[in-house]
Design a protein around this ligand. Sequence first.
Ligand SMILES: [Zn+2]
Length: 373
Amino acid sequence: MSAPNKSYDPVEVEALKPEEVERARDEAVAAFAAATSLDELKQAKVAHTGDRSALSLANREIGALPPHAKAAAGKLIGQARGAVNQALAKRQTELEAERDARVLVEEAVDVTLPYDRAPRGARHPLTTLAERIEDTFVAMGYSIASGPEVEAEWLNFDALNLGPDHPARSMQDTFFVAAADGSPDSGLVMRTQTSPVQIRSMLEKQPPLYAVSVGRVYRTDELDATHTPVFRQVEGIAVDEGITFGDLKGTIELLVSKLIGDELELRWRPSYFPFTEPSAEVDLQCFVCRGASVGNPDAPCRTCSSEGWIELGGCGVVNPRVLVASGVDPERYSGFAFGLGLERILMNRHNVADMRDMVEGDVRFTLPFGMEI
Ligand SMILES: [Zn+2]
C-alpha cells in the first residue's frame, strides 16, 4: 500500500488504473467460466477474490487516496467486484446443477434389478424319491411302517430265518454294536436290511397286512461308484389270504412303471433268500446301453459292466417259517416281500452314474433336482 499523500493522484496508482481493474475483472470472469468443476471454481475463487487477488490489493490502495479520489476509486473497484461475484455465483449455480444431475444418473437405483437373495436349497432327491414311493403304495392301500436303524440282532437275522449258523448270515457284512460295557455281545446291530420291519409289522398287526417302509441300512462296504456303507431300501410286505408270486410281480411292475416308466424291461431271476421261498431278484434293463453292450466289446458300458441289466433288489413269497416266527398262521395266510435299493432306482430314474454323489452332501448335486415336493 502506498503511503498517505494529499496530492496523491489516483491515476498514478497502477493497481487502480481503470484498465488494470477491468483486466483483473475480466481475468476473474474468464477463470470462473473456464472452471469445469466445483473444485476448480473454488481455486479460481481464491485466486481472484481472495486477500492476495488483484482486486483486493487494489481495494486496499483506496485507503491511501486523497478524500476526493476515494469515491471514484471505490465505485470502480466496487463495480468490478460486483461483476466478479455475480459471475462466480452464476458459475457456482451452473456447476452445482451439473453435479446434481450427474449424481442422479450415477447413483440411480434400478429397482428392477434382482437383489442378492440367500441361495435357495433343494431337497435331497433320495428323500423326494422315498416320498414318491410311499405315495405310490399308500394309493394301493398300504400303510407306512418304520423301524429303528440300530436293530435287535434277532429281528435282523433270526426272525428272518437266518439262524446263528446260517451261512447267509455272513453274506451280509454287518456292523455290530458294542454293549455299554464294551463287550461285542450287545445283541444289537446296525440293520443290514429293512426286512426286520416286516417282522415288526407282522408282530404288531394280524393279516391282512400291507405295509411299506423306506429307510437306511448299513453294510461294511467301502464307498465307491456302485457301493456305499449306508444306503436306502424300500421294503414291502403283503400278507393276506391267497397271495401269490403273481401279486408280487404285478406290484413291482406297477412301482417301476410309476417311478421310471415303461420303456425299460424288467427281468426276474431265481435267487435265494432265507426269508422267502421261492425267491427272485429283479433287474432293470440298463438305462445307458439298454443291453447293447452285451457281447459287444467295442461298446462297453460302465454303468452295467456290459451286462445289460442293473439289479434293483430281491423279493419272494414269504417263507412259512418267517410267518410262524411272527405269529401268523401259514396254513391260512401267505404273503410276499421285497426289498429294493433306492439308490439304484435313483440312478435309473435320473441317470446318476456315481453313487458317491448321493452321499457326499454337495449342494451342486441336489440343486438341479430343485424343490420337488
Ligand atoms: Zn449298460
